[in-house]
Design a protein. Structure first.
Length: 105
């Protein structure tokens, strides 16, 4: 068998419930952000993406067990986040340069 004691199983269950609670709160925050009226729509998108990024870190870290892995995986994850943020920055920058009467689908 796996050799886990009941205390270890209880701690893991407690950790997963905490991560679930954080993800549920993050979902509520994302929905609430959609109702906030910023001067630029890009700020709403940026804030929602920031919350989604934090939620993604929790999913990758705990459900995909990256918190227990080696530094190479973290390096790949940091590179992925860097390119993701770069692409989101370019998207938001392009949205801010568009004429005011442009409707985005």
């Amino acid at each position: 068998m796996s050799g886990h004691t009941p205390e270890e199983i209880y701690q893991e269950r407690k950790r997963y419930l905490l991560v679930f609670l954080i993800l549920a709160i993050g979902t509520v925050v994302t929905v609430l952000v959609s109702f906030i009226e910023f001067e630029l729509f890009a700020w709403t998108v940026a804030l929602a993406l920031a919350v989604a990024t934090v939620k993604g870190f929790f999913v990758a870290g705990y459900f995909m067990h990256l918190t227990d892995e080696k530094k190479t995986i973290y390096l790949v994850m940091v590179a992925t986040v860097f390119f993701f943020i770069s692409l989101m920055f370019l998207t938001i920058w392009a949205m801010s340069d568009a004429p005011a009467n442009t409707i985005y689908p």
